[in-house]
Design a protein around this ligand. Structure first.
Ligand code: SAM
Ligand code: SF4
Length: 333
C-alpha cells in the first residue's frame, strides 16, 4: 500500500507542505486582497483529518513536513495537531517538522513548538521599519513579531527570515536586513513575488528580479556560492563579511523545477503537484469515504503520476492576470 512516491521524471517526493488554514491575521499586499473571503468550516479538513493525511504521506516516504497557511498558528488548537505529528519525529520516520509563520503568535507557542520536536522555523518579515511593516501587512504589528522571534530563539528554535523582495517598497532595505539577520544568527532567504491569485495591486509594479538584487549586493559584500540545502528550493551563498547564509528563491528568473521533491496540500485536502500549475487532486473525498487509508494511498499515487515537469510562471503585462488563480495563502508557499 505504501510504495514510495516517484514521479514520471524520476524525482522522489519526500517533502510535503500542508496549509492548515486559509485564514490569516495579516493581509500582506502581495498575498491577499484586504476583503478576502475565507472558506466555510465544513470544507476545511479537521485536525484529525490533517493528521491522517500527513501520516499517510509519511508512510509513503515524506521525510520533511512543513505546516503553513494562511497563518498556521491562528488555527484553533493547532498545537494538538503538531503535538500529535511529533510522534513521527520520535519514531524517526520524519526527519523534520517545521512551520512557516508570520510570527504574530510565536511568543505564545515557541516553547511548545520546541517541545514537539520543531527545531527550525521560517518567519516572514519584509521590512524592519514598523510603519512600512504595517503598510505591507496591512494588519501586522512588527513589535509583536519581534517579541515572537526573541521567544523562538530563547526556546532553542533556529530562525530563518523570509523576505519578499518588492520593487520600490523594501529593495533599499535588503542590505540592512542581511546585516540584522546575520548579527542575530538568523539565515535570510529572499523571495521573488510570484503571480498567484488576484490582489488589489498590480503585480508588474511589485516584481523585483533577484538577479538584480544579487548583483547590487555583490557591489558591497562578498557572496560565495555554497552547496547548503534545506530541502527547499533556495540557492544559498555565504556572505564573507558576516559569515551568515543568504538564500535566493527565484521561481521567476531561474527554473528550479528539475530537483523538485515537493508537493503541497491545501486545508481542503487538494493536492497540488506543482506550486505553479493549476492541476490538483482531491484527497478529501477518499479521506472521508472510508476509515481505511487504501483509497487515499491510491489517490496519492495517481496524482504523483501526474506531477508536471515544471511551472510556467509569467507575469502577464498585457492582461495583468495572475498565472495561477489561487492565492499563495491557499497552498502556503
Ligand atoms: N502566513 C505565513 C507567513 O507569512 O509566513 C505562512 C504562509 S505565507 C503564504 C508563506 C510565504 O509566502 C511567506 O513568506 C510570504 O511572504 C510568501 N508569499 C505570499 N504571497 C506571495 C507571492 N505572491 N509571491 C511570493 N511569495 C509570497
Ligand atoms: Fe498572511 Fe502569510 Fe499571506 Fe501575509 S503572506 S497575508 S502573513 S498568509
Amino acid at each position: 500500500m505504501s510504495q514510495p512516491m516517484i514521479d514520471p521524471f524520476g524525482r522522489t517526493v519526500s517533502y510535503l507542505r500542508v496549509s492548515v488554514t486559509d485564514r490569516c491575521d495579516f493581509r500582506c499586499v502581495y498575498c491577499m486582497a484586504e476583503d478576502m473571503t475565507f472558506l466555510p468550516k465544513r470544507e476545511v479538513l479537521s485536525l484529525e483529518e490533517l493528521d491522517r493525511l500527513c501520516s499517510a504521506f509519511i508512510e509513503k516516504g515524506v521525510r520533511k513536513l512543513r505546516l503553513t497557511g494562511g497563518e498556521p498558528l491562528v488555527r484553533k488548537n493547532i498545537m494538538s495537531l503538531i503535538r500529535s505529528l511529533s510522534r513521527h519525529i520520535d519514531s524517526g520516520k520524519l526527519e523534520e517538522l517545521t512551520i512557516t509563520t508570520n510570527g504574530s503568535q510565536l511568543a505564545r507557542y515557541a516553547t511548545e513548538l520546541y517541545e514537539c520536536g520543531v527545531r527550525r522555523i521560517n518567519v516572514s518579515i519584509d521590512t524592519l521599519d514598523a510603519d512600512r511593516f504595517k503598510a505591507i501587512t496591512r494588519w501586522g504589528d512588527l513589535g509583536k513579531v519581534m517579541d515572537g522571534i526573541r521567544a523562538a530563539t530563547a526556546a532553542g528554535l533556529s530562525v530563518k527570515i523570509n523576505m519578499v523582495a518588492l520593487k520600490g517598497v523594501n529593495e533599499h532595505e535588503i542590505l540592512s536586513m542581511v546585516e540584522w539577520c546575520h548579527a542575530n544568527g538568523y539565515d535570510l532567504t529572499l523571495i521573488e513575488t510570484m503571480p498567484l491569485g488576484e490582489i488589489d495591486e498590480d503585480r508588474t509594479d511589485q516584481y523585483l528580479p533577484l538577479s538584480m538584487v544579487r548583483a547590487k549586493l555583490a557591489e558591497q559584500l562578498t557572496l560565495e556560492d555554497i552547496p547548503y540545502k534545506t530541502g527547499g528550493p533556495a540557492r544559498y551563498v555565504r556572505i564573507a563579511e558576516t559569515g551568515g547564509r543568504l538564500g535566493f528563491i527565484t521561481p521567476m528568473t531561474h527554473n528550479f523545477c528539475e530537483s523538485c521533491n515537493r508537493v503541497r496540500v491545501t486545508c481542503t485536502g487538494m493536492l497540488y503537484m506543482c506550486l505553479g500549475q493549476d492541476d490538483s487532486a482531491d484527497l478529501r473525498a477518499p479521506l472521508r469515504a472510508s476509515e481505511s487509508d487504501e483509497q487515499l494511498h491510491a489517490a496519492i499515487d495517481e496524482a504523483i503520476g501526474r506531477k508536471p515537469k515544471g511551472h510556467d510562471f509569467i507575469i502577464d503585462r498585457r492582461t495583468r492576470q495572475p498565472a495561477v488563480t489561487r492565492h499563495m495563502s491557499v497552498t502556503g508557499g
